[in-house]
Design a protein around this ligand. Structure first.
Ligand code: HEC
Length: 314
């Protein structure tokens, strides 16, 4: 079989499989249409030149500290990380005020004990070097307090979640159209991937977290049965064991920003992106310098090559 024929049959196979896949997917998704679709947001830290907005990270941390910390930890971070360059950059004094009332499990005391006479865990005041822990003694206690669901650690949540490239909500209604739709989907997937490489799209996690926060309807849509869980449009399966954690005016911002649900959701998503990738600012600014250096070096190498081989006939 010639290369051309092989390629042609490969393309046909892809098209047919894509069609079957799309037809199948059409039955699963699409029930809630646009509402279940995670929109891409514009972030200060997106693109080649993006960087975190310090004020936004501070607000995001305020939301975390006043709301989410009731159930979630960020145990890959220490309090002192919040002072570092490229993050919220709290001062030492600000942070010490923030952790003034925080406690962590104490090391064994002089008698080697970690628990008091009544069986409760001995605690000590938190230091800046302590991790940002969840409020529960262990996973079982966390689950018991949350209807059997474990509130996940939020340190790298922004990297652990994402959104699919293709929305895939509009499947073909007739079987013979499926292969063509399949072909279109492949085309748009490839185009989308190339566009994401070009624009350096890496904010899918933040987009998802923002969407998760704002996708709790006031009332569960008719026909949806979530039991004693909450309904959420973008959470896979729609039934989530976390009730809407924030609403308008959940937090009164220290910097006077208007406390809307939308604002809270953006700020907490930005904070989580920073928690998951604290060195983004440094990475992007170094990356740009490296690219410029490589472009200049390529030009130089070309000039050198021309000079060295100038006398040789070819
Ligand atoms: C009352 C406890 C509670 C509070 C407060 C809370 N959560 Fe949760 N959260 C949970 C539980 C429980 C889950 C697990 C839900 C599940 O798996 O169904 C969860 C899951 C999550 C998830 C993961 C969703 C996924 O895709 O798996 C994220 C992200 C999240 N919470 C963010 C937040 C943020 C941000 C805040 C603060 C604005 C917050 N949570 C406040 C209990 C809470």
């Amino acid at each position: 079989m010639s290369v051309k024929n092989t390629l042609a049959s490969f393309a046909v196979a892809l098209t047919v499989l894509g069609g079957i896949g799309t037809a199948g997917a059409a039955q699963k998704t699409g029930d809630y249409g646009d509402k279940a679709h995670v929109e891409r947001q514009s972030w200060s830290f997106s693109g080649l030149l993006g960087s975190y907005d310090k004020a936004q990270l501070k607000r995001g941390f305020q939301v975390y500290n006043e709301v989410c910390t009731a159930c979630h930890g960020m145990n890959l971070l220490s309090w002192r990380n919040l002072m570092e360059e490229g993050g919220p950059e709290f001062t030492k004094a600000e942070l010490e005020a923030i952790i003034a009332d925080k406690e962590v499990p104490a090391d064994p005391n002089d008698e080697g004990l970690t628990h008091g006479d009544d069986g409760s865990r001995l605690m000590r005041k938190a230091f800046l070097t302590d991790r940002i822990l969840a409020p529960y003694a262990n996973d079982k206690a966390a689950m018991a307090a949350n209807g059997g669901a474990l509130p996940p650690d939020l340190s790298v949540m922004a990297k652990a979640r994402g959104i699919p490239h293709v929305a895939g909500n509009a499947g073909p209604s007739v079987w013979y159209k499926a292969p063509f739709v399949g072909l279109m989907e492949y085309g748009s997937w490839i185009a989308g991937t190339l566009r994401d490489i070009g624009t350096q799209y890496q904010e899918a996690g933040a987009d998802y977290i923002y969407a998760l926060m704002v996708s709790y309807p006031e009332e569960t849509p008719a026909g949806a049965d979530v039991g004693d869980r909450s309904f959420n449009y973008v959470f896979p399966g729609n039934a989530i064991s976390m009730g809407a954690p924030i609403a308008d005016e959940a937090v009164e911002y220290a910097d006077g920003t208007k406390p809307t649900l939308d604002q809270h959701a953006r700020d907490i998503a930005a904070l989580m992106m920073w928690a998951a990738e604290p060195h983004l600012n440094a990475r992007k600014s170094l990356g740009l310098k490296v690219l410029i250096y490589l472009i200049i070096l390529s030009g130089l190498m070309y000039a050198v090559k021309r000079t060295i081989w100038a006398g040789v006939k070819h």
